[in-house]
Design a binder for this molecule. Structure first.
Ligand SMILES: Nc1ncnc2c1ncn2[C@@H]1O[C@H](COP(=O)(O)OP(=O)(O)OP(=O)(O)O)[C@@H](O)[C@H]1O
Ligand SMILES: CC(C)(CO)[C@@H](O)C(=O)[O-]
Ligand code: BAL
Length: 272
């Protein structure tokens, strides 16, 4: 892959990469389109990365739908798809990991110990194998995008990091490969994530205080519809440290469980 990317770049092409774990949907394809805005060749990667899953998490049942993924990538005019094997990425004796940046400490970092260490490690490896001009990630995984941006800055990565907007189903549910786990009744309850975020944004805009907003979002919208709430955070959009006062760059992040499925979503309060 590296030789091919270098050959393309020497021929004057600009290469964009979209790292994924497969089970593709319109959210992933939107990142291929985002890459195409500034790049002439696009590469998607599909690898369900074992090191970012804790032992009790869903690595084994994570959906693997390669033939359909390849069809979708072709329909989006993606030029290459890189699908490495686990032994290729982590051969026997593999022992090097990337310590994630501070922005990965809270929220997902607390709820999924080791998760961002696995993400930074695999993303650095992928960007070394595919030294793309641009690497695209989704805002749906807001903290992950912040972690990758910080790593790119701190470790002087070659690739420029771009973040694409969250693509949603018509009823507001953020697209996610894990939505496939949801039964029809759970799918209905999962609307509480986007409803809660919308409710919070509207309350902030009408001048409500932070504690009242969180209490309403949790008590009225999330608690009745979910089985557990991992966190609801109101944080600075860059540092992800909690904030008391809402400023232009404030983000609401949440992670909940519905049945056996863990879902995350977020919105910038300044968004329309
Ligand atoms: N709805 C979406 N809109 C935009 N980007 C998305 C969306 N869903 C995922 N992405 C982005 O696609 C990339 C690959 O993500 P991944 O393969 O984990 O998909 P996912 O649907 O988020 O799956 P999961 O259910 O594991 O969270 C990430 O950069 C992620 O942020
Ligand atoms: C960035 C990523 C492909 C690394 O495995 C993964 O965390 C994902 O799909 O968001
Ligand atoms: N979408 C981020 C990958 C994960 O949840 O492991």
């Amino acid at each position: 892959m590296r030789a091919e990317v270098r050959r393309l770049q020497q021929a004057g092409e600009r290469v964009g990469v979209v790292p994924t774990m497969g089970a593709l949907h319109e959210g992933h394809l939107s990142l291929v389109h985002l890459a195409k805005k500034t790049c002439t060749k696009t590469v998607a990667t599909i690898f369900v990365n074992p090191t970012q899953f804790a032992p009790h998490e869903d690595f084994n049942r994570y959906p693997r739908t390669l033939p359909e993924d390849l069809r979708l990538l072709a329909s989006a005019d993606c030029d290459y798809c890189f699908v490495p094997g686990t032994d290729e990425m982590y051969p026997a004796g593999y022992s090097t990991y990337v310590e994630p940046p501070a922005v990965g400490t809270r929220w997902e970092g607390e709820c999924r110990p080791g998760h961002f260490r696995g993400v930074t490690t695999i993303v650095l490896k992928l960007l070394n194998m595919i030294p793309a001009d641009v690497a695209c990630f989704g805002q749906k995984d807001y903290q992950q995008a912040a972690v990758i941006r910080a790593m790119a800055r701190d470790l002087n990565l070659f690739s420029h990091i771009e973040v694409g907007a969250t693509i949603r189903e018509p009823d507001g549910l953020a697209m996610s490969s894990r939505n496939r786990y949801l039964s029809p009744a759970e799918r209905q309850r999962a609307l509480s994530l986007s409803h809660g975020l919308r409710q919070a944004r509207e309350m902030f805009r009408s001048g409500e205080q932070r504690t009242a907003v969180i209490a309403a979002m949790i008590g009225e919208t999330l608690e009745p519809q979910t089985d557990a709430i991992d966190y609801v955070a109101i944080a600075d959009g860059d540092t992800l440290e909690p904030v008391e006062l809402i400023q232009p760059n404030t983000v609401i992040l949440l992670a909940v469980r519905i049945g056996n499925t863990r879902l995350i979503d977020n919105c910038l309060i300044t968004e329309a």
